[in-house]
Design a protein around this ligand. Structure first.
Ligand code: SAM
Length: 294
């Protein structure tokens, strides 16, 4: 049996056990369990519903919304370094979620469109933009098939999207097509499948205290997350080089990997429980910038 199928079966079992333990009436346990009951319910539906179920509380977590000026400045620095000042140029923030990156792009002077396939995420994004008085356009759509016109954007951004793509080669071809010649894509993600040495202290803490490591997900949501993770393209690790290779195959050039993100990660870690903060500092998180040839 291939590794990823075995892993899926294991997570499916774990998921159902956790769901029964946490929600005996099954009312808050959709995702995988519904999936196994309804064969028309695809992995893409599952991913979208998973994020929709997280939309209401997404911005409460450090690492999602921004909780310090130090972190905000770190993000602005990263955007300016790779994309320059916006100066009214057109930006497409894919899988915008609650529009954290969309707002940073807007602050940097871009004319921003935020795209996501979760209506629940988009309504949080719209409410935030209204509250902040920002004129960001939001559209519902699939990052692998945006339906946006060809060669219409100067830049594309996305954070924490690539790891959850079902078909990244298709997505990268799509991004290449909607970018203008000379346009750039900036990806922010990481190889979160790679265990760090912090797992050791975390296990020790669980053993000694009887508490699980601090997490922004309930055990049932964590199990859904793991289950989805086991079936997407990057079901195990996502080393930056694998993403770089796919970007080259899609036609991008000048592909650079930037791991100088410590200003952002320090600012986040200071707001997190100790072991989670430590993990944030040692994980292999990266930004990748690539250019569509002129
Ligand atoms: C981890 S959240 C990241 C949100 C936002 N980019 C951020 O960093 O704050 C992942 C988001 O990706 C969206 N998403 C995942 N796959 C997608 C796809 N193929 N098309 C559109 N949105 C997608 C989800 O709905 C969710 O809002």
């Amino acid at each position: 049996m291939p590794d990823n199928v075995r892993r899926h079966k294991k997570y499916d079992f774990v998921n159902q056990v956790l769901c029964f333990r946490d929600f005996p009436n099954y009312s808050d346990c959709r995702g995988t369990s519904m999936n196994s009951m309804n064969s028309n319910y695809s992995i893409r539906d599952e991913i979208r519903d998973f994020w929709s179920d997280r939309a209401a509380t997404f911005d409460e977590s450090v690492g999602h919304e921004i909780f310090s000026e130090a972190e905000r400045n770190g993000w602005r620095r990263l955007i300016r370094k790779h994309l320059g000042e916006g100066q009214g140029r057109d930006a497409l923030d894919l899988a915008c979620g609650t529009a954290v990156i969309s707002h940073l792009m807007h602050d940097t002077g871009f004319k921003v469109t935020g795209l996501d396939w979760s209506d629940a995420m988009l309504s949080q994004a719209r409410a935030k933009a209204k509250k902040r008085g920002t004129d960001i356009r939001f559209v519902s759509g699939d990052a692998e098939n945006t339906m946006e016109p060809k060669e219409s954007y100067d830049v594309i951004t996305n954070r924490h999207l690539v790891w959850t793509l079902v078909d990244p080669p298709k997505a990268f071809a799509e991004w290449f097509s909607v970018l203008k010649p000379g346009g750039k894509v900036l990806i922010v993600d990481g190889n979160m499948g790679k265990e760090t040495w912090v797992k050791g202290p975390q296990k020790l803490w669980t053993k000694v205290s009887g508490n699980q490591p601090a997490s922004h997900m309930t055990p049932a949501m964590m199990a859904r997350h793991q289950n989805i993770r086991s079936r997407v393209y990057f079901s195990d690790q996502m080393p930056a080089q694998a993403v770089v290779d796919l970007l080259h195959k899609a036609g991008f050039e000048k592909v650079t990997v930037d791991r100088k993100l410590s200003d952002i990660h320090w600012a986040q870690a200071r707001k997190m429980p100790f072991l989670r903060g430590l993990e944030r500092l040692v994980q292999d998180r990266y930004a990748i910038c690539a250019v569509k040839p002129k």
